[in-house]
Design a protein around this ligand. Sequence first.
Ligand code: ADP
Length: 445
Amino acid sequence: MIHSLRFRLLVAFTLVILVVVGAIYLFVSQTTQVEVRRHVERSEQARFERVAFELYHYYRERGGWEGIQPYVEQWGSLYGRRIILTDSCGIVVADSQGELLGQQYHPSTPGMRFPPPWEGDSVGTFYISPESSAVFPSPWSLSQAIGHFLLWGALLAATVALVITYFLSRRISAPVKALTLAARQLGRGDLSQRVQSKDKGELGELAQAFNAMAENLKRNEQLQRNMIADTAHELRTPLSNLKGYLEAIRDGVVRPDPDTIRSLDEEANLLSRLVDDLQELSLAEAHELKLNCQAGDIKKLVNQAIAVRQNQAATKGVLVSAKMPKRLPQVNIDSRRISQVLLNLIDNAITHTLRGGIITIAARQLDSWVEISVEDTGEGIPAEDLPNVFERFYRVDKSRTRATGGTGLGLVIAKSLVEAHHGTIVVESELGKGSRFSFTIPVSE
Ligand code: ADP
């Protein structure tokens, strides 16, 4: 409960509300105190001036303080203050409360002498008592009232905010809970788990990422299953051929003559090639091939590959030639691996080209890449098979390729090797006219 997202959201919202209300309280009470004090001081001053004005005029009109008492009483009750007026000798001539009349006054607060010193001799001084009940509320009682008001406001705001947070946090935590549940199921092996989310923000992205991950896992699992099934299927044929030959020899049906032994050897070779290719492919697909990239001369590599396959091509009556530009930049490659790609493409071209055909290996620079193409005038590949030739164990003509000993893995491995160099490999072909396989490798910096 304490660790739940919902609880944390509630706590966070409550804290924010408390901090905001506290800050508002401090600010408002400070400001009001200052303003109220200023206002009280100003009205006090105005009162003083008003009383002084009235007294001064009274004195000027009457020439003395005779009959002033009722006026002072009136002003006292009007302002809610005790007003005391003394003559120039300090004897009380008027008291709004009527208690000190005729007595010597000992003021506790400063009074106001009039007229002012620059207008002549003093005719009297008056005092307004500060301690009597004020008409205006004190600054403290005002800020207390604001505090109460804010407290109730804060309580109301906090209640509303908590109710909103409760529903909001449910909306936020629901997709997270759904994701957790789906992730748990996925972890238990149920790869069909997906989460629905209409959220366009981070939670929506998280849900999308989760679904993409689940989709990938499912695809990988399918690929792995297919791979095992395909591998078992591919291994079964040469193995059952071997078994058949051996059983026939054991039963005396076939004699172990040189021809039989050659057939046995071919099947064993195919098996071992298959195992080698599979191992190479698994390394390449796991990106664990260790490339030893160095600056190298691609022309030299092409010429070497042609030389290696010259005899094979000649036996088949096919011409293999290179068409290289005069100047080509050095390339950054693992020569052994790129030779392997070249040999594989040349092998395929020889296999699928009839006597009298021509195989041309060309190269050209494309920006920071060098493109190498192996083009033949062979049988070509049907358009519907073209997208599949880079898939493992894919053979356009199964029976014929089996006879030639192909594993159906050559192009997949070639693709992985080229991609390990960050290049691409593509094929163009026209049935009956020939095929052109081309791949790119990076120019050395
Ligand atoms: P394989 O071991 O069967 O040659 P690859 O992966 O090298 O396997 O080739 C896959 C398939 O692509 C071949 O079986 C063949 O049908 C087709 N193919 C490859 N190269 C050529 C080519 N130059 N001309 C026609 N078909 C080709």
